[in-house]
Design a protein around this ligand. Structure first.
Ligand SMILES: Nc1ncnc2c1ncn2[C@@H]1O[C@H](COP(=O)(O)OP(=O)(O)OP(=O)(O)O)[C@@H](O)[C@H]1O
Ligand SMILES: [Mg+2]
Ligand SMILES: [Zn+2]
Length: 499
């Protein structure tokens, strides 16, 4: 069984690994860093210790490997490594003792650093320099840092260190001052889209521009995340990927529905709006969250009406929609609608069936938001879930309080919220078990800092600590299409080398 899975996994390499930049010119963004390193290579002025800081998936490890190749390449002519000589090849395939990558997150202690100091003493075997990449260096213990500092103070001629971290504020200043520091930036949305276009083309993935922009937005400047999302989408077996597929996978509220709903009310088409409200309720959509999206969209309309669309975030199509509506309607139309949305949200809190509130909002019509204040909504006798979705567990903790927790998360981190929304929560005495439809979501939440953030918010909202555990529903593919090999491997225990 294992062997079969292993063969399966061999066929498919994750996109982000397949498309790792192999030389300086292939690095997207980070020009400020690449320029300096190219010059250093050309002028043979290599520092003995570098510190690469910056968000996940922005190129730190990739650039470190390119640097290692460039300084050791046997056939380099310009600033780029040749990519063909045995040194370049061995580095790419991870088959050389002259490039060591150490994960400080799992090798935190003094013993590991002592071991490293032993290795540093030995001269390189195949090349001029021995390069040590220490990932997540901020995780080292105090003693380990001190030991590392000693090495950084007197490195042998043949040793080059590249320390990488996503949390520079946790790296002692004594270490920082010993290194040439480079801060990696979040990669611009347009640059991410550009890279996605190139890769989609070469992989024969059919996907429209709007979808690519949505992926880039969700990735928040990290190219690895953007490529992982594209990878997941393309492995669901869809012939061509549309915006709604991206929304589906990332758990975003279908923007089109939000737009249609507001537009119908503004146009005085109450029937249309009502139809949407009824449909959403029937489908078991999350009305509270849908209303939150209405609020966000109306906020954008108000801003655009007052200051124009320059500062509005959104895809090209969304900006066009906003432009269209602001040209047609007055500020008062928007603020009145905002009042109506506000009214709806107040009523959700008092425990009224959200679907019912939304239908009232739908039929209220333009300029009638204020009038809703006079509508007396009957108070329910028993507590009704503020979440209209049928919950698998009859547990109060997964209803109103859960929505509250989600909103708190949203106020801190929009993407994280998008991932959390699609999770099904289950509480035990001391644990909160989250079940995710997609592997990608689960992995995101499992990242230490995200998990910590969710735990803190949950503790705040529930007034009690819960330990978060994550698992997958089904094959982690959202229940669609064929099983993607990456997932099969992780479920059944096949090997997949990270990075
Ligand atoms: N600047 C970039 N240019 C081109 N591709 C990139 C860039 N940054 C990230 N990628 C893509 O993401 C993958 C992972 O990048 P890399 O390992 O260099 O990130 P990292 O900054 O080291 O992340 P981490 O902090 O998680 O270790 C690469 O293989 C590549 O596909
Ligand atoms: Mg890295
Ligand atoms: Zn080479």
């Amino acid at each position: 069984m294992r062997a079969i899975i292993y063969i399966m996994t061999k066929q498919k390499v994750a996109l982000y690994r397949k498309y790792r930049p192999e030389n300086f010119d292939q690095v997207v963004g980070q020009e400020h860093i690449v320029r300096i390193l190219k010059n250093a290579v050309l002028e043979d002025k290599i520092s003995h210790a570098y510190l690469f800081s910056g968000p996940r998936g922005t190129g730190k490890t990739s650039v470190a490997r390119i640097l290692a190749k460039a300084i050791n390449c046997e056939k380099r002519t310009g600033h780029n490594p040749c990519g063909k000589c045995s040194v370049c090849k061995n580095i790419k395939e991870g088959q050389t003792m002259d490039l060591l990558e150490i994960d400080a997150a799992s090798n935190r202690g003094i013993d590991e650093i002592r071991d490293l100091r032993e290795k540093v003493k030995f001269a390189p075997t195949d090349s001029k320099f021995k390069v040590f990449i220490i990932d997540e260096v901020h995780m080292l213990t105090k003693e380990a840092f001190n030991a590392l500092l000693k090495t950084l103070e007197e490195p042998p001629e043949h040793a080059i260190f590249v320390l990488a971290t996503t949390e520079i504020n946790k790296v002692p200043s004594t270490i920082i001052s010993r290194c040439q520091r480079h801060d990696f930036k979040r990669i611009k949305l347009t640059e991410i889209v550009g890279r996605l276009i190139t890769i989609a083309k070469s992989e024969n993935i059919k996907i429209d521009d709007e979808s690519l922009e949505m992926i880039a937005e969700a990735a928040e400047g990290g190219l690895r995340d953007a490529l992982s999302i594209l990878d997941q989408l393309s492995s669901t077996g869809l012939k061509s990927i549309k915006a709604s597929d991206v929304e589906d996978m990332l758990g975003l509220t279908p923007h089109k529905t939000v737009y249609q709903f507001l537009k119908s009310i503004l146009e005085g088409e109450q029937k249309k709006a009502l139809k949407i409200a009824v449909k959403l309720t029937k489908e078991g959509s999350d009305i509270v969250i849908f209303t939150k999206s209405l609020e966000e969209f109306i906020g954008k309309l108000i801003t655009a009406k007052v200051t124009g669309t320059d500062d509005i975030e959104g895809t090209k199509e969304q900006i066009e929609e906003i432009k269209g509506l602001t040209e047609k309607y007055e500020l008062l139309d928007f603020t009145s609608l905002a009042d109506g949305i506000n009214w709806a949200q107040t009523n959700f809190k008092s425990g009224v069936e959200p679907g019912f509130i939304l239908t009232l909002l739908a039929v209220s019509g333009k300029n009638k938001g204020k009038d809703l204040d006079n509508v007396k909504v009957p108070k329910p006798k028993t507590e009704i879930a503020t979440n209209s979705k049928p919950s698998p567990v009859k547990d109060k903790r997964t209803n109103g309080q859960w929505q509250h927790a989600l909103m708190e998360i949203k106020s801190k981190n929009n993407t994280l919220y998008a991932f959390m929304r699609v999770a099904t929560p289950n509480f035990t005495k001391s644990e909160l078990l989250l079940t995710f439809p997609y592997k990608f979501h689960k992995e995101k939440i499992e990242e230490t800092k995200h998990k910590k953030m969710v735990e803190e918010i949950v503790a705040k909202v529930y007034g009690k600590d819960y330990q978060i555990k994550c698992n997958l529903a089904g094959n982690g593919n959202g229940g669609k299409g064929q099983v993607d090999n990456t997932n099969a491997a992780s479920i059944l225990g096949g090997e997949l080398v990270e990075d």
